[in-house]
Design a protein around this ligand. Structure first.
Ligand SMILES: [Zn+2]
Length: 139
């Protein structure tokens, strides 16, 4: 099922870890509404600007999955309000800076560990978006 033109529920809920551990990561109606708002307000406008694929590495996480991968207990991934992604065809820092300057978001993090870099972005459909950005967030 499509959330917006280029994003599906499957992309925003799929998890290798969930599959490997038999964790049921199916979203509730409320979570789906939050994922849709995230796509409509941030991910799809970004996709339209970039004109190339955005690869979601982590979207919605049920409590069991969030715990399994060591996510923070209050993570916005638990509500379907956040997604982590990479854009293989673009400079990721440029992508981050574009979002920071031109799009609406709640929290925007340029995250990295020793092996990789990715962007974490969240959006709250209730309108209380903090517009908080951190350029170098250690995972
Ligand atoms: Zn994240």
């Amino acid at each position: 099922m499509k959330l917006t033109e280029n994003f599906t529920i499957n992309e925003l809920t799929y998890s290798v870890t969930a599959e490997a551990n038999n964790i049921d990561n199916r979203p509730s109606v409320e979570v789906i509404a939050n994922l849709k708002a995230l796509c409509e307000n941030v991910l799809q406008p970004l996709r339209n600007h970039l004109g190339c694929p955005i690869i979601i590495t982590s979207g919605y996480r049920c409590p069991q999955l969030n715990k399994k991968i060591g996510g923070k207990p209050n993570s916005q991934h638990l509500k379907g309000q956040a997604a982590d992604f990479v854009v293989p065809q673009k400079n990721l820092k440029d992508v981050y800076l574009y979002i920071k300057s031109f799009l609406s978001y709640d929290q925007l993090l340029f995250e990295s560990d020793k092996k990789q870099k990715w962007i974490h972005v969240s959006f709250c459909q209730n309108g209380h978006n903090r517009h908080q950005a951190v350029d170098n967030y250690p995972a």
